[in-house]
Write a protein of this length. Sequence first.
Length: 288
Amino acid sequence: MKRIVILLLIIIGLYFIYDQFTRFDGFGSENNNTQAAGIEDVDLIKVNISSVSTTIITEDRKDVKVVYNGKEKLIVRELGDTIEVSIKHKGLGWFDWYPFSEKKKVNIYIPENYDRNMHISLGSGNLHFSGQSQSKPVKLEELTLDIGSGNMNLKNMIINQFEQNVASGNVEINSLTTTIGSFDLSSGNLNVKKYTGAIEANVSSGELNFQVAKLSDSIDIEVSSGDVGLDLPNNADFTLDGDANSGDITCDLPLTSKVQHKHSIKGKHGSGKYNIDLDVSSGDIHIH
């Protein structure tokens, strides 16, 4: 048994030495891969990256430029109406847990007037994507986000169709306007501020908080285990139907036609125009 442990330590040690030598070029500086692709006639930008911190930046440009500071091979290619961005890991990619992998960063620069579709898939790592300001947001037809494990930070966006799937991690969204937003969180926390649009949310385990800037459509939230906080405008018009199999439901906003039991609440606020359906198997719901 001791021999196996010693052999494993030797292998890991040799890899770390190899990693340090391959991480730097002959002048002692870290490899820096940069590639670009034209955006004309492109309807979709696909990003498929793992174990990297990814930042998407909008600026005044006419192409997509990608800058990667790691040693793996950066691939940016055009396939018909699609630009694909990926990183080809080497054979020892299973060492990505090593702390040096935390330093791997990708900056993706896209035209500020690009308004079509983006699909972003991160096996693990962090994502930062924001518009320049609330008055100059990112505008897209469709944005789909899939994250296996990591953190996501989005800000200043107007998206016609928004979909996010996070297996494990934390999601922070500030200022998002959409026709319909789909949120799926297996484990972790989802905090959304200044939101406008329909909401379809499913949380297996974690905490969900929505601050709705303007109630303009229906809300449907299901939580298997966790807590829900829903901050609504005082002038919101909605019909509420909330159920918690195990937990409490509270509503700070005054309701007409109110029917409340220990684990459920129904009622109307304002004209009752939009439906709000909340279902929690285990946890608490707080509407305020």
